[in-house]
Design a protein. Structure first.
Length: 345
């Protein structure tokens, strides 16, 4: 029988750091920014020991330090995480399976086997022995169910979620338990009285289409039914965007200074785009106003481009879309690559 396995590395970034520094094992580790919790930056990841104190990704480092004073703070090291990810994916490809990488720390594995749990156990053992990293494996009859199953498998476990147990496991859960439904959509569905997976699965597609559009509305109901793509393709992971950010240790308010920083970030992003070898289709700007209110705006380029001047021009145009004139604590510029036909399905 054909199965989809979702392999997800546990606390990946923190685990890489612990593997590099074994003396940190069992201690609360927080990774983010330059590793200095007195500076403005956010948590990239936290070890399970730190999470027990309420530390989570996206939290300001200063807040993390207050919640967990004994935490060990480390600077982010993207090249190290990329190298560790490549080693894990190489281990997966040694199995008689199809590997579809979808991020640094996760991949779908397509396999034909009569015992997916045994395969999952072999994968977990091989990854641990060869890389020193732990992973969880979700087993499903499509990508959606395999991805959701991983949540039940963590940490360092295996869980099967298929058509046979979908209703028993998922019916009473909140809609944000579904892969693809975030906080905003959860709130909007709640306003329609659709707070659980079961209620969403029974919803009238016409009502959903009216509220969310003819494509997205019915798609949310499809998610609640557990439907998903059963095909795993051996395609390399391709970044959907490249971005750069800067967090200011002191808020800035001068518009000329803000524009200068955005232009500089855009130039750095343009260099990243050139290295990627693909033109950008959209340019987005993120602004975090004091004290901690974040907004993002974006525009589509007239045509895909790798021209630094065009990316800079677009970034400054997007900056002009922000109406607020409050002090700024963070700026970010992101170039988004064209979406393929496969990704829009």
């Amino acid at each position: 029988m054909n199965w989809v396995l979702h392999v997800d590395l546990d606390q990946f970034i923190a685990a890489v750091e612990v593997a590099r520094h074994p003396e940190l094992k069992g201690k609360p580790v927080v990774v983010g920014g330059t590793g200095d919790p007195t500076q403005r930056a956010v948590v990239a990841t936290a070890s399970y020991e730190a999470r027990e104190f309420g530390v989570h990704s996206g939290m300001p480092l200063r807040t993390a330090a207050k919640k967990c004073p004994d935490a060990i703070f480390l600077a982010s090291d993207a090249p190290a995480y990329e190298e560790a990810s490549e080693r894990v994916m190489a281990v997966l490809r040694e199995f008689p399976v199809v590997v579809e990488v979808i991020g640094w720390d996760e991949a779908f594995v397509g396999a034909r086997t009569e015992d997916p749990e045994a395969l999952a156990a072999d994968i977990r053992t091989a990854v641990a022995q060869r890389t020193g990293l732990s992973c969880s494996v979700g087993i499903g009859d499509n990508k959606l169910r395999a991805k959701i199953a991983t949540g039940f498998a963590k940490p360092a476990g295996t869980y099967r979620l298929t058509r046979d147990n979908w209703v028993a496991v998922m019916a009473g859960r909140p809609v944000d338990a579904l892969w693809g439904i975030g906080p905003k959509t959860t709130r909007k569905l709640g306003e329609l009285g659709l707070a659980t997976v079961e209620r969403l699965a029974r919803a009238d597609p016409a009502v959903l289409a009216k509220r969310f559009g003819p494509n997205m509305g019915p798609w949310y109901r499809t998610l609640a039914l557990g439907a998903g793509d059963p095909n795993v393709e051996a395609t390399p992971y391709v970044a959907k965007s490249r971005g750069r950010e800067v967090t200011f240790q002191e808020n800035i308010s001068d518009q000329a200074e803000i524009e200068a920083h955005v232009a500089e970030l855009a130039d750095r992003v343009a260099r990243d785009v050139a290295e990627e070898g693909r033109p950008a289709a959209r340019v987005a700007v993120k602004v975090r106003f004091a004290p901690f209110l974040t907004h993002t705006r974006s525009i589509t380029l007239p045509s895909p481009s790798s021209d630094p001047a065009e990316i800079r021009r677009a970034a400054l145009e997007v900056l002009g879309l922000f109406e607020a004139r409050k002090p700024v604590r963070l700026l970010g510029v992101r170039a988004e690559f064209p979406v393929s036909a496969e990704e829009t399905r």
